[in-house]
Design a binder for this molecule. Structure first.
Ligand code: CA
Length: 220
């Protein structure tokens, strides 16, 4: 190889190294924020009760009288004909407790189940639960809109948000088509830490307790 070609090759190698180093630095610098969105992930999921990237989301319920998260049970049944409609439902043999989803707007008595937002429905004695298992270590920000999805009947519902066994936020609403609450939280998590978003019948009347739980979690 003559001197010119040797120098040319050396220059190309140097330039290629510089470009690679630069692009690696750029990609690290421009790493996208991590975010998890229950509505997006449940619309993209199939029939499993655990879904989303790293299966971060699990749809569950509390056994009778069991308030310990270690005793919560993932739903084992899926139907795309929940309650004889176009709703997709996750349940455990009974109609409630359940988590369900309208893939498209569905008229119901007195109103509409709006498409794309997970709804939680307790039984009189069992809560519906959405669990998020942290795949990361660090501080997360949580924004949750919890609201009554069915104002046709009943006495409203109550809700709670736990980090592991620790209560972080709670509230309740009367029966309504418009009652709701937006909750923001900032929590430090380790890999494997869990969040629980729960809906309770409040007073054991679970009629029309369908409750939207619209959750966005981000890091940072
Ligand atoms: Ca109720």
């Amino acid at each position: 190889m003559n001197t010119f070609n040797t120098q040319h090759l050396a220059l190309k190698t140097t330039l290629l190294s510089a470009v690679l180093a630069c692009s690696l630095a750029d990609s690290a610098w421009a790493a996208p924020a991590k975010s998890w969105n229950l509505s997006r992930d449940i619309m993209m999921s199939s029939s499993a009760s655990s879904f989303g990237p790293n299966n971060v989301w699990t749809l569950m319920y509390t056994p009778n009288g069991n308030t310990s998260p270690s005793g919560y049970i993932p739903f084992n049944t899926y139907t795309n004909n929940y309650s004889g409609t176009t709703l997709h439902g996750w349940l455990n043999g009974s109609v409630t407790p359940s988590v369900f989803l309208a893939p498209s707007d569905l008229p119901v008595s007195g109103g509409t189940y709006f498409a794309g937002i997970a709804m939680l429905h307790p039984s009189p004695t069992q809560e519906a639960v959405v669990r998020w298992t942290s795949p990361i270590s660090g501080t997360i920000k949580i924004l949750v809109r919890v609201s009554d999805a069915n104002g046709f009947c009943g006495d409203g519902a109550s809700w709670q948000i736990y980090k592991n066994a620790s209560l972080k936020a709670a509230g309740a609403f009367a029966n309504s088509w418009t009652e709701g609450h937006t909750q923001a939280l900032s929590l430090k998590m380790a890999v494997g830490h869990k969040l629980y978003f729960k809906v309770n019948a409040k007073g054991a009347n679970h009629q029309c307790d369908s409750t939207y739980m619209d959750i966005l979690i981000t890091n940072p």
